[in-house]
Design a protein around this ligand. Sequence first.
Ligand SMILES: Nc1nc2c(ncn2[C@@H]2O[C@H](COP(=O)(O)OP(=O)(O)OP(=O)(O)O)[C@@H](O)[C@H]2O)c(=O)[nH]1
Ligand SMILES: [Mg+2]
Length: 557
Amino acid sequence: MAPKSLFSLSTSLLPFSLPLKLQNPNKPNLKYSIPSKPTLIFCNSPNQQEKFTTNNTSDGVGAAAPTRGDVFLSIAATSVVLKTKKKENKLKKAVKVDTSVTVCYGCGAPLQTAEVDAPGFVDLQTYELKKKHRQLKTVLCGRCKLLAHGHMITAVGGNGGYSGGKQFITAEELRQKLSHLRHEKALIVKLVDIVDFNGSFLAHIRDLAGSNPIILVVTKVDLLPKGTDFNCVGDWVVEATTKKKLNVISVHLTSSKSLVGITGVISEIQKEKKGRDVYILGAANVGKSAFINALLKLMSQKDLVAAAARKYKPIQSAVPGTTLGPIRIDAFLGDGKLFDTPGVHLHHRQAAVIHSEDLPSLAPQSRLRGRSFPVDSADRTRNKIEANDLNGLSIFWGGLVRIDVLKVFPSTRLTFYGPKAIQVHMVPTAEADEFYQKQVGILLTPPTGKQSADDWAGLQTVRHLQLKAENVNRPSCDVAISGLGWITVDPLTEPVENFVTESPEEFTGELHLVVHVPKPVEIFVRPPIPVGKRGGEWYEYRDLTEKEEDLRPKWYF
Ligand SMILES: Nc1nc2c(ncn2[C@@H]2O[C@H](COP(=O)(O)OP(=O)(O)OP(=O)(O)O)[C@@H](O)[C@H]2O)c(=O)[nH]1
Ligand SMILES: [Mg+2]
């Protein structure tokens, strides 16, 4: 049992916290009403429906003329052929992004003049003027203007969208918008967020991309802890990717903020494009639009076409559900266009269960710093904590995760990597249920606010993890929480000699944790990601066979 001083240990050592509402209080809140269907505006006349008519020219009369029955049968046969043709044509139409509808260049939502609060809105006067001057491609909708000024507006709801958001578009509709892709010959650039590698990986990418080649871009590496060795992280990413058996041709560690790795992706795209369209795909909020902005920024230094495209670049924002439709960008000289796409909303990420108001708190704002429990000896002295044993304690990560420590070694350490805005609290397991009931929405946030805490279904998924601790000199594994971050499990953080024990085997075997999360949220147990200075010290490269060496995608940063 831990001493009293441990019982409600918040991470007050970490002074940073995110404002929970990022909306500017001086500006009026957007008021949403569920829209009647927004009016779509067609810029070019949509492709004329082909007219299928049966051949009515006369076949003559007399003995050689077809009987009424023959005429009927031939009409029926023609109609079957035509139906098949129609189907084929429909399929052909479905395999291209519909460029006949004019969309907002910021988010890809069709422009409309009917619903002020809905995506794609532009006032009639501006619309008419822009149309007259053939400048509709330069129109930014009302929602994008607000997003560009830091407002947080998600427009996606349901089925892995956001229960608290104003639901103009469903996650399923967004998926539909990408469904043509697998029938096309295209180059796919798939983005994965390093902070949520497993949660954002989009394992079913083949359903979207078909057999098209994939360049894998890992985003936001600027958020990895200080001292991280990218060689080790690159190898870790390739190891994790190889297991997924995808047609990945290369892997790139990038940051759209610091521009690390972006030049490498540009060269790879130029090499592999071969006249095809290039699609940037990925889960919601992994940084697709930010990546396109970074791409255009660097390309425009040498390339006038990219420089021109940069003028009307997609909007990026901290809320998932920024991009709402495919956005075509004329970024390359010659054949092939670049497409930003709406993010795929996955039901198993934390973002799918929290209120839209809380979404910004899931996004790390600065470099991650692991928060370790038990705290190291200096912190123990500072906080007058004696025990370094987690057995019998429960650790809460905001109101989103609870970990009961059933059986670990005396100095086993759990290190939490995730957004600083989400605090970590520790209580004895015997008091954990009551503590959660009392504190959810108050001390344990998100969820925030009384109302959302009342609506909150709690932590319904409970998984008992039995983790192997074979090598006490390196972390055993990470427990990754989809859409939030990960917890590194270090079996032994003090040398074995420090412990008075009669049986050294006490320090090998299994660690037992029970992890509680909201119902749809996925928990991944994975090999530990080697971050920070220490990561570079314990990480071991696997010996590869010649065949593996050939088949493995190369990685760059
Ligand atoms: N630190 C850091 N933040 C990034 C990086 N890339 C994107 N972001 C941030 O991540 C958030 C999401 O970026 P977006 O580009 O809007 O993401 P998206 O994938 O286009 O999102 P959807 O359109 O909603 O699917 C924004 O707040 C970006 O500033 C990066 O490399 N480093
Ligand atoms: Mg986007």
